[in-house]
Design a protein around this ligand. Structure first.
Ligand code: GLA
Length: 728
């Protein structure tokens, strides 16, 4: 609910469990008054106190009033160069060369429904569930308008933010920074949690007290990156899964981003999140508008679990788009770990035959099917079927797979090119590069200039022809290197600071076109696993390959970290062969299956190499996953333990929305003699209902949550157990 009190310039947003408020105070400076647990309403600006502070300047309108300072009061969207020395949200270079921004409140309006952003991903939904607030701020001296947009999704406590900047003057303005989210708090006794890692070890949570000064994570790699995810949390220092105030903030963006948290001199704090200002500079000619990507925040007054579940619901129902928002995703088998690029049609068919016996619904042909692609040194850019490997093309192969009762999918990496390719030989000027420098290679590939529509057009044409040559129902869209020498031959020197963002807009345009031209196509995002796992890509690709690390034990950590923002249904997870290629670890097949059920579930191995018992296990697990698909993919998710604590087990739980069903999964660590006998407390059950556990007995939800469930004693390392609970 949005309440506009125009007279007092007071704006209040209510969600089911939270309240957010801002107020234009003296001199029309838009102050942030409150964000936290739901309150009945009223003017909360009494919480802000103006006080004279040394070295904190006062706006000229304040005259001799030394108490009003931009440097000390919580701002709704921070400015720069005019008296707030904390993190800026916006930086403008004006025609006169100055780098200042001074924004004042002009007007606001509210309406039902959700705003959309041209060419950018955004949460969506109908008028019955969303409200939009638009707040107009103006910098009169700069002749710049800033529109702050807010979307309120009351039932999930989700508030989105976006920003539009318009040059309404006669001169050219350069936008050097434009954050999507600024959140001020009149306290700094908070923890800052970020999700960090590397290729093959993504999104590991890191938690630390907010310290005086600025702490930040971000990416300058051109993609959101394996190293830091565009999702962060600020929370009470004692917040845990079930207790404490926490604020999660995600950016729906797949390129360079920056998330900064600052504790200031008076123990206030500020969170700013948006496009990374590194190498960013956008020219705004008179009349031009720039739109910053969307951010979304959830405040949970009761711990991380509730925060995650609200994000999960919102992402599943209001970010993932139809037809995949509600539709069941197929169990797939991907040939990559079985064959890499060394395959031909007969080898694929032999794997596909085995896959169909396991209950697999979709067969995916990974890298190696096009151009001269026999290894990763050649062929990228030539999206033409290699008929030496696949005689008769996909027109011959796909019907054979479909005859086995499975759909067919392919791997692509549209943004990349090898020097050893026909595309590069014909168009060496189509790559990202800067004059006078040789481009760096990454995995021996170069990056196509996706900021250019002619380049995208060419690649799109080739891929479209492949899609039209056979019935293809799935694409895995990969992106296997970071961007360097980011320059475009198509833009003038003074617009090179736009290339990185234009590149991401190009990726979004390409993805949107694929979706539009091939309705029903399921696209799985990927960037060397989880290097572009973000809310931006999820708008186009309902699932993303979580990590190239498929070791079941490492996956427990990666998937745990990922789950703080992203739902299980978005995490690509497969059962692979052992010893694992990343860690050399051998885990039981049962355990690999249970770990993969913390995601979209599928296989990435040659079942022909499995024993009869292993095939039986895989078949049974596939059937189990399919049977409980809705519970796992659409249920409420609970983290029951933290795998980074190296405890005796990692456990998690899915609970159906009506709380009549639950599935608890658990994987033990290394086994030890004389181990204690452990009891696990379930969560999220209905205390008044009685549940059968794995078809036996009957216990009340109250008992199972408070007294707990005795865990079996594992014999050996890394054992998996599942408990299926059904209400009588
Ligand atoms: C990336 C992906 C893998 C696989 C290879 C193919 O590393 O993450 O899953 O598709 O590329 O080259």
């Amino acid at each position: 609910m949005i309440i506009l009190d125009k007279e007092n310039k007071l704006i209040t947003l209510h969600t089911e469990n939270t309240t957010y408020q801002m107020k234009a105070g003296a001199y029309n400076v838009l102050l942030h008054t409150y964000y936290g647990p739901r309150l009945p309403g009223g003017d909360l600006s009494y919480l802000l106190r103006a006080k004279e502070r040394g070295f904190s300047p006062n706006p000229s309108e304040a005259g001799s009033d030394r108490t009003f300072s931009l440097d000390t009061l919580p701002q709704e969207y921070s400015t720069c160069g005019v008296g707030d020395f904390r993190l800026p949200s916006i930086e403008l270079e004006l025609p006169n060369g100055s780098r200042t921004a001074d924004l004042r409140y002009v007007d606001s309006e509210a309406r039902r429904g959700k705003y959309a952003l041209d060419g950018l991903p955004a949460f969506y939904g109908g008028e019955e569930e969303w409200e939009t607030l638009s707040v107009l701020l103006v910098d009169e001296a700069a002749q710049v308008e800033v529109e702050l947009l807010y979307g309120v999704l009351e039932k999930y406590d989700l508030i989105t933010r976006a920003v539009r900047v318009k040059n309404r003057g006669n001169g050219t303005i350069r936008l050097c920074r434009c954050a999507s989210l600024c959140l001020d708090f009149i306290r700094s006794d908070l923890d800052f949690i970020t999700f960090n890692g590397a290729h093959v070890m993504e999104r590991c949570p890191s938690r630390a007290h907010l310290r005086p000064g600025v702490q930040s994570v971000g990416s300058v790699r051109g993609a959101s990156s394996h190293q830091h995810n565009p999702f962060v949390i600020l929370c009470d220092r004692d917040a845990n899964e079930d207790y404490g105030l926490c604020y999660g903030a995600m950016l729906l963006y797949s390129g360079n981003f920056l998330a900064e948290a600052e504790a200031d001199q008076f123990e206030n704090s500020r969170l700013v999140m948006g496009l990374h200002p590194y190498q960013f500079c956008w020219t705004l000619e008179p009349g031009a508008v720039f739109t910053a990507p969307e951010a979304a925040v959830v405040c949970s007054p009761s711990g991380f679990g509730q925060m995650s579940r609200q994000f999960h619901r919102g992402i599943r129902r209001n970010l993932i788009r139809d037809p995949w928002a509600g539709r069941r995703r197929p169990v797939l088998l991907n040939n990559w770990e079985a064959t890499e690029a060394r395959f031909d049609a007969e080898r694929l068919i032999s794997i596909a035959k085995e896959a169909s016996q396991l209950g697999v619904e979709l067969f995916v042909m990974d890298d190696g099917w096009f151009g001269a692609r026999n290894n990763d040194r050649a062929g990228l850019g030539d999206w033409v079927v290699n008929e030496e490997k696949l005689p008769g093309g996909l027109g011959a192969l796909v019907p054979r797979v479909k005859k086995l009762g499975m759909e067919f999918g392919i791997w692509i990496e549209p943004e990349m090119v090898n020097e050893d390719s026909n595309l590069y030989r014909a168009h060496p000027d189509w790559i990202l590069r800067v004059p006078g420098r040789e481009p760096s290679r990454g995995r021996e590939q170069l990056v196509l200039d996706f900021s250019r529509s002619d380049v995208r057009e060419h690649v799109y044409g080739q891929i479209k022809a492949v899609l039209e040559s056979a019935h293809i129902s799935y694409i895995k869209w990969d992106m296997n290197r970071s961007l360097t020498q980011v320059g475009s031959a198509a833009l003038p020197a003074d617009r090179q600071g736009e290339v990185c963002h234009r590149y991401v807009l190009g990726v979004y345009e390409f993805a949107e076109r694929l979706r539009r031209d091939s309705p029903g196509l399921l696209i799985e995002g990927c960037s060397g696993g989880g290097g572009r796992f973000d809310g931006g890509m999820l708008y186009y690709t309902p699932q993303i390959w979580c990590s190239d690390n498929t070791d079941a034990i490492d996956r427990l950590r990666i998937q745990y970290g990922t789950s703080f923002c992203y739902p299980v249904s978005t995490m690509g997870a497969h059962v692979t062969a052992v010893p694992n290629g990343c860690t050399g670890r051998v885990t039981p097949l049962e355990t690999r299956g249970v770990a993969a059920m913390h995601g979209t579930f599928g296989f990435e191995l040659d079942p022909g190499r499995c024993t009869r018992e292993e095939k039986e296990t895989a078949r049974r697990q596939t059937a189990f996953f399919k049977e409980h698909y809705d519970l796992i993919q659409n249920g409420d998710y609970y983290r029951l333990s933290d795998p980074f604590q190296n405890g005796p087990y990692t456990a998690w739980e899915h609970v159906s929305p009506d709380r009549r069903e639950a599935l608890v999964s658990l994987v033990t660590g290394t086994a030890h003699a004389a181990a204690p006998l452990l009891t696990l407390h379930f969560k999220g059950l209905d205390p008044a209902l009685c549940y059968q556990v794995n078809g036996e007995g009957s216990w009340s939800g109250d008992v199972l949550m408070k007294a707990g469930w005795p865990l079996p004693i594992p014999s050996g390392d890394y054992q998996a157990f599942q408990f299926y609970l059904k209400a009588d």
